[in-house]
Ligand binder design. Sequence first.
Ligand code: SF4
Ligand code: SF4
Length: 439
Amino acid sequence: MAYKQSYGKQGPVVWEKDHAVVEGIDLPGHWNRMFESRVITDYDTSTLDAITSLPGGESLGWCYQCAKCIAVCPVDIVGDYGPRKINRDVMRGMSLLDSHNLWLCTTCQNCLRVCPKEVDMIQIMPAARQAAIEQGQPIPPELQKVFEATDRYGNPLGENPRKRADWVKGAGIPVPILAQLKRPVDVLWYVGSYPSYHPRGIDAARALARIFHALAVDFAILGVEEKEDGDSIRLAGEAGLAEKLCEANVKTFSKYAFKRLVVFGPHEYNAFKNVYPQHGGNYAVSHYTQFLVEHLDRLRELMSRPLDLTVTYHDPCYLSRHNGEYEAPRTLLKAIPGVSLVEMPRNRENGYCCGGGGGGMWLDSFSRDHTTMRLSDKRVIEAVETGAKGLAICCPYEVSRFEDAVKATGNDGQLVVRDIAELIDQSMRGLPSPDVGRG
Ligand code: SF4
Ligand code: SF4
């Protein structure tokens, strides 16, 4: 005999037999419990469909809630975030396109590294952001300002494009500009927006120019013809503007003859390596740390002064996880006399994001409103905990982020932030160690 149990309006109807004999074994009733087959009519999938129907958004629907991503998401460590949570919230009716969650992901790729279902936030987030922008959803004003500045001036800082090469005046050595050189070069150095305009970025740009000069590299820059590469603009959702920048840069590059492209920033490296080829721009591109490692023997001869500094190194997401380069920066650091390297617990594949990727560079105050702490602050605390007196970087976004975080976390005077190019230049020029950081 079977009986029927009802669990209310939406619950399943349960059919249970008193007992059943299966292959001679008498099973009690609860082993025979079955649900009546149901047709699900009250489950609204429209908010999930709004994302999975976007080109690039499909994989949000593949999540099976295992939560591996949550343990590694840098935003969850200072908040309440991660692909699993976004998938669940969207399934429960949250519209991602008008949620603050849309702007918090830094596209750091740590979740994709561990996800068994390949839920790809690096595709999902730019697609969803682009859809939000196209639908006229409100976007964070600070990001809107950056989009407008980049469109108008060709750089996200809103600086005068005619002053893009002004930094070369203080380099102390000649920095050739391709249009003036009128001959092919071995290396086209794409400098990037922050090294061209930001005061601390300029310090690093001048340092790298001096290193190239000392190595007798046949190089030149584009100067005022250079424009923002557009990769972070694309990841922040402004695909149209990113494409416009890409086309302008490809057109400029095509005017000149050079053997290889060397870039300062990991975001530019990602752009020229992985995105520009889709738009006809194919280049032999290296990050500057990779290029300098090729000249290690000569560099060792040039670096004369020991720096007496213990440093820890921050892996930039777009050089490391995204593009697999973990060793070149470490090799350079270990080659600098007097520098010893200690690692933070989160390093290499599991490196902690500085918060600057995927448009995060321009969303600091927005992120602060939705997390307990900025990612850059968290990272500086991790660096200080190693006992290192220097935080070595090789991404132009990071110097301003981390120097600000050093102050914000009360570590001024405890930790110096230096680009690897600055440390090499310092040793080459025989300058003393930074004021703090003797380790
Ligand atoms: S790791 Fe992948 S499948 Fe697992 S919860 Fe996160 S997004 Fe979903
Ligand atoms: S890409 Fe990074 S920040 Fe974005 S959800 Fe994944 S782990 Fe979190």
